[in-house]
Design a protein around this ligand. Structure first.
Ligand code: GCW
Length: 694
């Protein structure tokens, strides 16, 4: 039974013998120059660097599994795969004319098939680039690509491509939907680290280069990760990730000086506090010389922060940045700061405004080794939100885009919801910060404003379930996140096709069906949940399942304001909270205007009567009914589509996915009925088609 543990790195033998033979012309022999030192089974080699050793092992595994056998050579020669850094061998000299090593930077690479000597060269300026070239080459084989005439040059568009874990040391995972932590159990690190190694390998295969391994809500035990008690374990884990080119970060408790130090303050301008952090940093770097740095959630949802001392977030972030700077470390400071003790009657305070209001006045005041981490939307990873106006707002501060691979509000890995289309919309969103074409992709990377640092981080969706993600098809989100982080221009379809082939093997019919399921799933999920960008409508705390008023009267600032006349949040400048004014022209005008606001965000920006007519020609209330009926129908179709694959997918993965899709189809009906009934009763307007509304 295939559990799905291998994800997209299953390396099944290539069944088509003609294809296998054509690959074998190159792939039956390989050499990794500088990586051939792995004499003993622990990989303690003869001076080979760990990244090249990893590259060699992976090539050996992939080629031997997919082609049947492979010979590892010690020197390069004709008719083989030759991997190594440009400078390591004269074998790569022939590439010099064809590529511009300077353009490749730290992580770029080339893949070149030479007609003259029948070799495929996998080369880069750095060893990490070689590792990425190796994985890319393997992917070509997994996806049935031609190897003749390859002229590939790849450079990542984002410098930082990070995964954030919300894992706690008791073994739980905040917003985890795939079992427990692969790092911790019962307050300590898990003894057997083999799963962490398998994880690192999957990350490297998709070129993720940074990871934070503990929850941004840093509780008591986790606060001690930066102390001698746990640093040896952290160093061991960092060592595993290092072999795969992944830098390790820790989330830290802003009030560590009080929590684990013996100071009575965490005032960032207090010299004792600054000194304490300098010492803490020095300790960490003694254990982990290439430690990435800190991720910080401060003054957010009851976490401590500089506000307690009347200081601002630049004061807090810079103090930590100064402690890390001598060692090359970085501070990733989250912008998820808002008033979580609101009153629903207060229509002026707007959670959506908060991040911009807090951080815009500080633009330009942060150290160079600080990156502000901004959630894609101004609220909180809802199925539909506008893009945070801090993108395009900030111009003088390094920042990162934060996405959530974990499906907290998008079906919790029980519903199928392929998120790449949502993320594409975020990357492609034009802020007009510096004229047309000022997309989030250009901004987050740092390119548009010439920032030295930038990139993407996302909340992990993995746990210790055998298939990592709870839902086998949710692996596509993990993979897709990483691929987009490398190149936001890849299409949702390209990524999905790639993932399907690598995960399930070559089968056109299966690819057609699964592709169709994945690509439709985000819009299906949106249809039967919260309508027109209004968000929430979920059960409090765990956030699963429909509850229209679940957050309507609570203190979190999450309201839809539905009454008998209409619904939605007025965020206009003219009559509402003014949030729409945080965007540049012409975006601000588009959202401000009831006539121009896109349908899918209408209720995010405007409070309208139920009979307001959308661009689609439907009234708001009829839209709610129609999307909920059709969404539930389409959810049932997902199951029917999957059922046609019974003979094409191994029974382990087939049954597992089937069980999830059956639940989704049923749960979508619950969503449909709860939402439709609520709004039918509120509005008193009947469904034009007279369908069943309870
Ligand atoms: O959406 C909220 C989640 C919290 C999370 C928080 C955050 C880690 O419900 O579980 O806390 O966002 O992003 O900090």
């Amino acid at each position: 039974i295939d559990s799905g543990y291998d994800c997209w790195l299953g390396y099944k033998r290539i069944a088509d013998s003609a294809l296998r033979e054509s690959y074998a012309q190159y792939g039956s022999r390989f050499v990794v120059i500088g990586g051939e030192g792995d004499g003993d089974e622990n990989g303690e080699g003869l001076g080979a660097s760990s990244l090249l050793r990893t590259a060699g092992k992976e090539l050996e595994l992939a080629l031997s599994s997919m082609l049947g056998s492979v010979t590892r050579e010690r020197v390069s020669g004709a008719g083989m795969v030759v991997a190594g850094t440009f400078g390591s061998s004269s074998a790569f000299e022939s590439l010099a004319g064809a590529y511009e090593p300077a353009e490749l930077g730290e992580e770029g690479y080339v893949i070149h098939s030479s007609e003259e000597d029948g070799c495929i060269y996998l080369s880069a300026a750095s060893e990490r680039g070689v590792l990425y070239a190796v994985f890319h080459f393997i992917r070509l084989l997994q996806t049935d690509q031609q190897l003749e005439g390859l002229r590939i040059q790849e450079v990542p568009r984002n410098g930082l491509r990070m995964i954030n874990h919300w894992d706690n040391m008791d073994g739980s995972v905040e917003r985890g939907y795939a079992g427990n932590s692969i790092f911790y159990r019962d307050g300590r690190f898990i003894e057997d680290k083999s799963r962490i190694r398998d994880y690192a390998r999957l990350l490297a295969s998709a070129a993720i280069n940074a990871i934070s391994i503990n929850n941004v809500n840093v509780h008591r035990q986790e606060s001690k990760l930066i102390t001698d008690e746990f640093l040896p374990d952290v160093a061991e884990v960092a060592g595993i990730f290092r072999e795969y080119g992944v830098r390790l970060f820790l989330s830290v408790n802003y009030a560590s000086t009080i929590e684990i130090g013996c100071l009575d303050t965490a005032d960032p301008l207090d010299s004792g506090v600054a000194e304490w952090w300098k010492q803490a940093a020095a300790d960490i770097y003694r254990y982990i010389p290439d430690f990435g740095g800190f991720v910080v959630k401060a003054d957010s949802e009851f976490r401590p922060g500089p506000f307690t001392y009347g200081r601002n977030h630049a004061d807090g972030a810079n103090m930590l940045a100064d402690a890390l700077a001598p060692f090359g470390g970085e501070v990733i400071w989250r912008c998820f700061v808002y008033n979580c003790l609101q009153d629903w009657r207060d229509r002026k305070t707007d959670r959506a405004r908060a991040a911009y209001d807090h951080f815009m006045p500080l633009d330009g005041q942060f150290r160079d080794n600080v990156m502000l981490q901004i959630k894609n939307g101004p609220m909180d990873f809802q199925v539909r939100e506008p893009v945070s106006p801090l993108f395009g707002g900030l111009t003088k501060t390094n920042h990162l885009l934060e996405l959530q691979i974990a499906q907290e509000y998008t079906g919790q890995q029980r519903h199928l919801c392929y998120l790449v289309p949502q993320w594409k919309e975020v990357y492609d969103f034009d802020t007009y910060a510096s004229g047309a074409g000022s997309t989030v992709a250009e901004i987050a990377s740092g390119r548009l404003f010439g920032r030295a640092r930038g990139g993407i981080a996302a909340v992990s969706n993995i746990g210790d379930d055998l298939n990592w993600c709870g839902h086998v098809l949710a692996q596509a989100n993990w993979y897709g996140y990483a691929r987009l982080a490398w190149n936001p221009d890849l299409s949702a379809e390209q990524i999905a096709s790639e993932w399907i082939r690598m995960t399930f093997g070559r089968d056109e019919e299966l690819e057609r069906i699964v592709l169709d399921m994945l690509l439709g799933s985000y819009s299906i999920y949106e249809s039967y949940t919260a309508p027109l960008g209004v968000g929430w409508m979920v059960n409090p705390n765990h956030h699963y399942g429909p509850n229209v008023d679940g957050y309507e009267y609570s203190k979190w600032g999450t309201y839809h304001y539905a009454d008998r006349l209409g619904m939605g949040v007025d965020r206009t400048v003219r009559t509402g909270t003014g949030y729409a004014g945080q965007y540049h022209a012409p975006v601000a005008e588009r959202y401000e205007s009831l006539a121009d606001c896109p349908d899918e965000l209408l209720l995010f920006f405007h409070h309208v009567p139920y009979l307001h007519v959308l661009h689609s020609g439907k009234t708001v209330i009829q839209h709610i009914y129609d999307t909920h009926f059709s969404g539930a129908e389409q959810a049932a179709e997902l199951l029917a589509k999957w059922d046609t694959l019974a003979s094409r997918v191994d029974s382990g993965r087939f049954e597992h996915v089937r069980e999830r899709l059956a639940h989704q189809a049923e749960h979508a009906c619950e969503w449909r009925d709860m939402i439709n009934t609520y709004f039918y009763r509120k509005s008193g307007v009947a469904d034009e088609q007279g369908r069943t509304i309870y």
